[in-house]
Design a protein around this ligand. Structure first.
Ligand code: KG4
Length: 343
């Protein structure tokens, strides 16, 4: 094995995930067990179900991760005593989901005498940019957009994060999910809406660009969601069929216009020459293209995580855990989940 190995655990929302990372940052194994099917019929993540499903899945995910890491090293399986430390997402997220991962991590640390490392989930999404762009260095501006978060961050140094602004109501991914739910398109909404939008016209329907000119870095998505739902109801009442691709493209354009305008301002105001995106919505092709379009002509490099690392995964948590491990920063066994952990 290449130096001390770190096991990382992620259970903040509806993915039970673990990974093993070696001391050079090589991901030896990464397993993601998603609960999406159990939440789909409710049109969103049900916290109590998430918690239960993590409890059911976590031992299997652990065994699978150690087996795959074993295969990486040409042995049958790793065992807990092959590890040096356990990194775990301690927040932010759903508290009942977080505690499953945190309790499992603590148990492992007690049982196999390993070091415990608390990881901030959003820092994980940020670090996912390093998979394809290992030379990414602060300072830069990052947009973190997922089902639970929408924020613009000035990364002054690793670990030195200035949150420039957040959503005052719904997160971007949440807006995708709620619009998809209103259209009966299932959960999660992001992938299906972005597939539809590729065939539609972003100018077909004019939806509001909330807070576009607010002069700050705050976002508001709930008015857009309501505007889309009102539009759908109006069309239904009038007996007109809804052009789904046009609706999806027009909704997406309204989201993207505001995201891009504020990101450009943040980059200009901070004077950085790198911009990156993280979180589930970073998988959105139109959003990626829009950022590349505006930033490339300004000489600003745009970095995105690999598609497979945009959604929740433990490999990104492993990058954070390894950094803490190398810096000698560990957590006591009294570590608790913090649903509102700040970046
Ligand atoms: O980071 P993530 O896996 O975890 C949570 O925050 O739960 O993000 C999931 C979110 C969902 O809201 C989903 O609809 C959205 O990311 N998403 C997308 C796309 N793929 C996933 N939103 C827009 N376009 C996509 N291609």
């Amino acid at each position: 094995a290449a130096g001390p190995l770190v096991l990382s655990i992620e259970s903040s929302c509806d993915e039970t995930a673990m990974a093993v990372t070696d001391s050079r940052g090589v991901v030896c194994a990464s397993v993601v067990a998603t609960q999406i099917d159990f939440h789909a019929r409710f049109g969103g993540v049900v916290p109590e179900i998430a918690s239960r499903k993590h409890t059911e899945a976590i031992v299997g995910v652990f065994e699978e991760t150690l087996a795959r890491a074993g295969a990486h090293f040409g042995v049958d399986t790793l065992v807990a005593s092959d590890l040096a430390a356990v990194g775990v997402t301690a927040g932010p997220g759903l508290v009942g989901a977080l505690v499953v991962g945190v309790a499992f991590a603590k148990g492992l640390c007690v049982g196999a005498d390993l070091m415990l490392i608390a990881v901030q989930h959003l820092e994980g999404h940020l670090m996912a940019n390093l998979f394809d762009t290992p030379d990414l260095r602060p300072p830069f501006v990052a947009s973190l957009v997922s089902g639970g978060n929408t924020m613009l961050v000035h990364v002054r140094a690793w670990g030195d994060y200035q949150v420039l602004g957040t959503t005052i109501d719904d997160a971007v991914g949440e807006a995708f999910d709620k619009v998809a739910k209103a259209l009966g398109l299932g959960y999660p909404g992001g992938p299906v809406i972005s597939r539809l939008s590729a065939q539609g016209s972003p100018r077909a329907i004019r939806f509001p660009r909330a807070m576009l000119h607010s002069g700050d870095y705050s976002f508001s998505l709930s008015g857009l969601k309501t505007a889309v739902i009102t539009y759908i109801e109006g069309e239904n009442r009038a007996g007109r069929p809804i052009n789904l691709p046009d609706l999806a493209a027009s909704f997406e354009a309204a989201v993207i216009d505001v995201q891009v305008a504020k990101a450009v301002r943040a980059v200009e105001e901070t004077g950085v020459s790198d911009f990156c995106v993280g979180g589930g919505v970073a998988a959105n092709a139109s959003l990626r293209a829009a950022y590349r379009g505006v930033f490339e002509k300004r000489g600003v490099r745009v970095t995105v995580p690999p598609f497979s690392a945009c959604g929740d995964n433990a490999a990104m948590i492993g990058i954070c855990a390894l950094r803490s491990y190398n810096a000698g920063v560990f957590s006591p066994l009294t570590l608790d989940a913090n649903p509102n952990a700040p970046l």
